[in-house]
Ligand binder design. Structure first.
Ligand code: NAD
Length: 332
């Protein structure tokens, strides 16, 4: 038992350190698959030995605290993480749990989306005007990055169209397309500056610059994938997929790979289809996100501590190797 407790502490310390490197410094020292393996080990030990589980464990937390260099934004609706399914069996467990919790024999429709590998942001529109942008931070408090986000060319500063709720919080991912990332790194090296380790770090690092003229020079893009706080829900569709179409109509960019499917089997097909397209996509993805489409079902399913019960990240097999191993000194 003492050995188990010691291993749990060791895992917790390691994961806390990796979180800090990844979220605060944008400079991971281990691969995502190694991180995921350690997190999974800690989750399993906590399940097997609940008495030893710490309420402040990294398994219960989202991201990392906001940097003090930025103003802090409180998220009125928490910005959570996602649970992962690493294989077909884990995905089947997810859809079975959904069906059981909803206590229905009817087919549940899902919205299937690429899992963009960048940084999550919240965009607050009031009367259709972008008034605030924030990072996810630790899920309850993020960093105010409004002036930086305003420099991202495909983020609309003003929405257009009918029935836009007076307060509308849009959530999505800021990312750097692969070509732009490679070009940026080539130029950085030619100026004897440090390159970024991968497009995800490039996006997160560029988004959290203290000088927005630097962010403006970085080729960042944005895709919306969900909503947070909304003043008038009645103005929104009752399906997640339809809500994304509404966002598109109001001028927000949404990935054209988003699909609504009728059942769990079709989600597996979507996963295979996107996996096959992965190498040709203009941006990096590390899986697909499968969400229960009906908003009423999402509300019934609710959340656990760090993730919604109505969505899962179906992860792709790991392909990255830590570029730091090549001995290159990367930008933090
Ligand atoms: P996550 O990547 O597991 O999933 C949640 C995030 O997915 C959201 O916050 C959002 O930003 C993103 N996302 C992309 N497309 C989306 C879509 N269509 N719909 C909804 N969300 C979408 O999030 P996390 O909690 O930030 O990170 C955990 C993961 O980060 C780990 O599994 C690991 O792979 C990696 N990580 C790595 C290290 C390391 O040291 N290498 C450290 C910490 C975390």
């Amino acid at each position: 038992m003492a050995d188990v407790a010691a291993r749990m502490r060791e895992l917790s310390d390691l994961l806390t350190r990796y979180n800090r490197e990844y979220y605060e410094a944008d400079a991971p020292s281990v691969t995502d698959s190694e991180y995921d393996r350690l997190l999974r080990e800690l989750q399993q030990l906590e399940q097997q030995h609940p008495a030893l589980a710490d309420a402040a464990s990294p398994t219960q937390k989202v991201g990392s605290r906001p940097l003090s260099a930025f103003q802090t934004v409180s998220h009125e609706v928490a910005m959570l993480s996602l649970d992962n399914a690493f294989d077909d069996d884990e995905f089947a467990d997810f859809t079975r749990r959904v069906q059981e919790r909803l206590d229905t024999n009817q087919q549940v429709a899902y919205c299937c989306e690429p899992k963009l590998d960048g940084a999550a942001v919240s965009l607050l529109y009031e009367d259709g005007v972008l008034v605030r942008a924030a990072t996810r931070g630790d899920g309850s408090r993020g960093e105010d990055v409004t002036s930086n986000v305003k420099t991202i060319r495909n983020v609309p500063l003003r929405l257009q169209g009918d029935n836009i709720p007076q307060r509308l919080e849009v959530r999505g991912e800021v990312f750097m397309p692969i070509n732009a990332f490679q070009e940026y790194n080539e130029q950085a090296l030619s100026r004897a500056e440090k390159p970024f380790a991968n497009p995800r770090n490039a996006a997160a690092g560029s988004l959290r610059q203290l000088d927005s003229t630097i962010t403006k020079q970085r080729p960042l893009h944005f895709y919306a994938y969900s909503l947070g706080l909304v003043s008038d829900e009645a103005q929104l569709a009752d399906s997640h997929y339809q809500r994304l179409q509404q966002l598109k109509q109001w001028g927000l960019p949404v990935s054209d790979k988003v699909e609504r499917v009728d059942n769990a089997e079709a989600c597996q097909h979507y996963y295979q289809q996107i996996l096959a397209q992965r190498a040709e996509l203009a941006y990096e993805i590390d899986g697909v996100v499968i969400k229960v489409d009906r908003i009423a079902y999402q509300d019934d399913l609710g959340f656990v501590s760090r993730a919604p019960r109505w969505a899962i990240a179906r992860k792709f097999p790991a392909q990255e190797e830590l570029t730091q191993l090549l001995g290159v000194d990367f930008q933090v």
